[in-house]
Design a protein around this ligand. Structure first.
Ligand code: GDP
Ligand code: IMO
Ligand code: MG
Length: 425
């Protein structure tokens, strides 16, 4: 049966891009279901690094069709520049890449509003990527958004932009004390993108349903991670879409029973970019060591990622929310030099031990991690591609992670390249 979903089970940047690329060689279709150019999915092929923001991470394989679903918010400028970047590096995209006409457009005023809200003295700072994600999803829900298909109805497009700007320009002028956005400028730019985007627009939902009916192999690629989910994450410190597995169904328009496998991507330690609770965060030299060894700087914004030990309480929650069948445990090699490795097995709150993540964000901000310390292996696992070639302490770590988060680790990643991967039978 056809559809496998790949979901991040932490706060994003788990290494989804590498796992999607690695699995894509056995797929007919890779389809992104939510988020936008806030994502940064890194794929390294033959030492060459590609960072994909909107285009599915299957694009580096010939013969794999890459689809962008209705649930994605598409910045046409970012999309076209990513297309050009790939073409410039000899990656064929025409005939391999399609975008749903139903996907909402990120408009210039969404990016302006995102940045203005983030720099406002009174608002809650989320630490967004500044890509206009929140305002675009807000407009979608308020039914004042513009969609990819609207690019091809110039009169309607202009009228909707004018309508949207009536209220946005009041915000710019009166709340943020900024210049108004111009209908003419936006329409000139966007109707210019229209012709460049036209060859890529298709009925992506219909293509996917036909593919599912024909028994084709589809990989649904999630962006961000479960703890950034608008409903199930650490609200309000979340993104504005549904990275959890339900988002794959609504974002692609496929029947639930088509989804037969969920792979959760779990990094061997934790990172988070932006604000919000992070129980295992390490503000000390250990956090610095993880950041340096893991190269933990944002693929989209270049911001240093906050680093800490693996949080198995949060991991267990994400596994349960997503019905994860298999885990891909990534960046195991980053732990190579640590003599001891901590894993958070429970939280402590007001003197009480909690086995599960609190259902609200405020207590999560106050919990203290309860650690179990496991011996490190102090030797290189970089590039190891057979399970039995891992040192016994590394295998013990994996066993313990499986027990704690309650899912089997079927894939282990030991480096950024495709070859540095262990597939367990
Ligand atoms: P994504 O957003 O989930 O796709 O993850 P990112 O691409 O933002 O961040 C993951 C980073 O780790 C990228 O630079 C990858 O090349 C790199 N990476 C992925 N898997 C491994 C691994 O097993 N070991 C090491 N050392 N790096 C990895
Ligand atoms: P990938 O797909 C990590 C974070 C931002 C911020 C919050 C909201 O590469 O894993 P947004 O711009 O979405 O409104 O920001 O979500 N964030 C990510 N963190 N990886 C990502 O994507 C992220 N996309 C958004 O840092 O905290
Ligand atoms: Mg990323």
């Amino acid at each position: 049966m056809p559809v496998t979903a790949i979901v991040g089970v932490q706060w994003g940047d788990e290494g989804k891009g590498k796992i999607v690329d690695m699995l894509a060689q056995r797929m007919d279709i890779v389809a992104r279901y939510q988020g936008g150019a806030n994502a940064g999915h890194t794929v390294v092929v033959d030492g060459e690094k590609f960072v994909l923001h909107l285009i599915p991470s299957g694009i580096l394989h010939r013969g794999v069709q890459c689809l962008i679903g209705a649930g994605v918010v598409l910045d046409p400028e970012a999309f076209l520049s990513e297309v050009e970047g790939l073409k410039g590096r000899g990656i064929p995209v025409e005939g391999a890449l399609y975008v749903s006409g139903r996907a909402h457009l990120i408009m210039p005023y969404h990016k302006r509003l995102d940045r203005a809200a983030e720099s406002s003295a009174t608002g809650t700072k989320i630490g967004t990527t500044g890509r206009g994600i929140g305002p675009a999803y807000a407009d979608k829900a308020a039914r004042v958004g513009l969609r990819v298909a609207d690019l091809f109805r110039p009169d309607y497009f202009r009228a909707r932009v004018a309508q949207a700007l009536e209220s946005k320009n009041i915000l710019f002028g009166h709340v943020y004390k900024e210049a108004a956005s111009s209908v003419d400028e936006i329409c000139a730019a966007y109707l210019g993108y229209a012709e460049q985007i036209r060859p890529y627009v298709a009925d992506v939902g219909g293509m996917l349903r036909a593919a599912v009916a024909a028994g084709k192999r589809v990989l649904a690629e999630g962006a961000q991670g479960a703890l950034l989910d608008i409903d199930h994450g650490t609200y309000p410190f979340v993104t504005s879409s549904a990275p959890c597995v339900g988002g794959a169904l609504t974002g692609l328009g496929i029947p639930p029973k088509a989804l037969t496998r969920v792979i959760g991507v779990l990094k061997a330690y934790s990172t988070r970019v932006g604000e919000g609770p992070f129980p295992t965060e390490l503000d000390d030299g250990v956090g610095e060591r993880l950041r340096a060894a893991g190269g933990e700087y944002g693929a989209t914004t270049g911001r240093p990622r906050r680093c800490g030990w693996l949080d198995a309480v949060a991991g267990r929650y994400s596994v349960a929310v997503n019905g994860v069948d298999d885990l891909a445990l990534t960046k195991l090699d980053v732990l190579d030099d640590f003599a001891e490795i901590n894993v958070c097995v429970a939280y402590e709150l007001d003197g009480k031990r909690l086995e599960d993540i609190p259902d609200d964000t405020e207590p999560l901000e106050r919990v203290k991690p309860v650690y179990e310390t496991l011996p490190g292996w102090k030797c290189s696992t970089a590039g190891v591609d057979k399970y039995l070639d891992l040192p016994s302490a590394a295998r013990r770590y994996i066993d313990r992670v499986e027990e704690l988060v309650r899912a089997k680790v079927s894939i282990v990643s030991t480096g950024e390249s495709r070859a540095a991967t262990i597939i367990r039978k």
